[in-house]
Design a protein around this ligand. Structure first.
Ligand code: FAD
Length: 419
């Protein structure tokens, strides 16, 4: 990530230099209004690039961290944009209505109007992502996010035609055109990616229903095979023009790749309908979950339901000093039960929450402090790292238990199955 932060800083440098030329606009205050617009636009471009996962892969596989950084720039970084129209309003001697209304009587006014429309679009994206995100469903939120395409385009044209600094310095003009070129390239890449040009093609070999909600899919690699670490995920697209959704690679075997997919909403339900021989499109691998556990040190894995998927390959490769707590509603819901029994023996504890069952290493309750302390010795508890995956509520509950037991937060690693 450090390279990413550095790249962002470098990209802003040409505009920071403009402060030394503030006399052109009558001082630092008015220059800041102009430079704020240019900096915000560059951050918008980064925002745009960081939303494209095959671009962010250049810097890191940690898509979740990139996503959090993308949100952070969106929340605070681009707020600098507010200075631009407000300071422009003062410098042109206008009143507050200038921010929202204008005329189209001249070329100049038309280009101001482009900036105004871009500002409206920014406000819509900002409010939907920062203020209303929790209230909005995933798809409306995502569709609103697509407004960033026209917004970026308007921002570039607006500043190119009437930006004082861009008009005054040929190097800044050149740099602005370069950023516009990058934007166009990113859009083209995105279109090509949507049309599955660079995707991994996987053909369905087997489909097995484990429970009413969970299926195991076995695919073969068709065009290329990639290197996948335990816990990593791919984005899968069940048809040519479908949506891409993230799914953790459950298991890898020679040319075969396995996924465990739970039917949740529209896309996963459609996914469950694919037939033997169908081809799906994938990109990745992304993610760094369990990286700190890919060794023989003590680790405790806590999985709820389909949250078991990141742990199969980990246990296959690093079963030494590993304890697994696996919680499911019913006794028949456990995926690869025999495999875990065989590899972990007494270090495999099953929690069955909605059915009364008896047996060795089986508890008929939720994951709790008591269960943890019953199966893990105190000294093992203190030297272990913890990896938790499952529904949000399950993760929050498990983290709280560990925090109550004074486990330091830097030993707790989680993977949430949602954005
Ligand atoms: C890193 C990661 C690994 C995952 N691994 C698995 C797995 O191995 N097996 C499994 O069954 N599920 C996994 N999921 C969850 C799976 O991606 C979602 O269940 C699926 O995207 C839901 O889409 P839907 O249309 O079926 O349901 P919807 O009802 O549309 O979505 C339900 C919820 O899923 C989340 N979601 C939807 N689309 C996306 C998306 N494109 N990106 C991220 N989150 C989204 C949102 O929080 C949404 O509210 C994983 C998710 C992530 C982020």
């Amino acid at each position: 990530m450090i390279y990413l932060y550095f790249s962002i800083f470098i990209s802003l440098l040409p505009f920071l230099f403009l402060f030394t030329q503030s006399q052109i606009l009558g001082g630092y205050f008015f220059a800041f209004g102009n430079i704020a617009g240019l900096i915000a636009a560059t951050l918008f471009l980064w925002q745009f690039a960081l939303g494209i996962r095959f671009i962010t892969k250049i810097w890191t596989n940690d898509l979740i961290k990139v996503n959090n950084f993308h949100k952070l720039i969106g929340k605070y970084g681009v707020l600098i944009i507010f200075f631009h129209p407000i300071i422009e309003m003062f410098s042109l001697g206008k009143n507050i209505s200038f921010l929202f209304f204008g005329t189209l009587i001249s070329e100049y006014e038309k280009h101001i109007a482009m900036g105004r429309v871009a500002f409206y679009l920014f406000l819509i994206i900002f409010v939907s992502s920062i203020v209303l995100r929790k209230k909005l469903k995933y798809r409306p939120w995502k569709n609103i996010h697509y407004l960033s395409y026209p917004m970026m385009f308007l921002v570039f044209i607006h500043a190119k035609e009437i930006g004082t600094f861009i008009q005054s310095f040929s190097l800044v003009y050149f740099y602005w055109n370069f950023l516009l070129f990058i934007f166009v390239i990113l859009v083209i890449f995105r279109v090509f990616n949507y049309l599955n040009f660079f995707k991994i093609k996987l053909r369905l070999l087997e489909k097995k229903e484990i429970t009413k909600e969970i299926n195991i899919f076995v695919f073969e690699f068709l065009n290329k095979k990639i290197n996948i670490l335990p816990g990593q995920f791919l984005y899968l697209k069940y048809k040519f023009f479908g949506e891409s959704h993230p799914y953790t690679v459950l298991k890898i075997e020679k040319n075969k790749i396995f996924f465990g997919i739970k039917k949740v909403g529209k896309s996963s339900k459609n996914f469950s309908k694919i037939k033997i021989g169908d081809v799906v499109f994938a990109d990745g691998a992304y993610g760094v979950f369990t990286k700190e556990g890919q060794n023989s040190e003590n680790k405790i894995l806590i999985a709820g339901g389909i949250g078991i998927t990141p742990f199969y390959e980990l246990v296959k490769k690093y079963s030494k000093n590993t304890i697994l707590f696996y919680s499911c509603k019913h006794k028949n819901d456990f995926v690869y039960d025999e495999f875990f029994e065989e590899n972990l023996k007494n270090s495999y504890i099953k929690l069955v929450t909605n059915e009364n069952v008896k047996g060795k290493n089986i508890e008929t309750k939720r994951f709790s402090k008591d269960v943890l302390q019953k199966y893990v010795l105190k000294d093992v508890l203190s030297k272990s790292k913890f990896f938790i995956c499952g529904p949000d509520e399950f993760i929050n509950n498990a983290v709280q238990i560990l925090v109550d037991l004074k486990i330091s937060k830097d030993k707790i690693f989680i993977e949430k199955f949602g954005l």
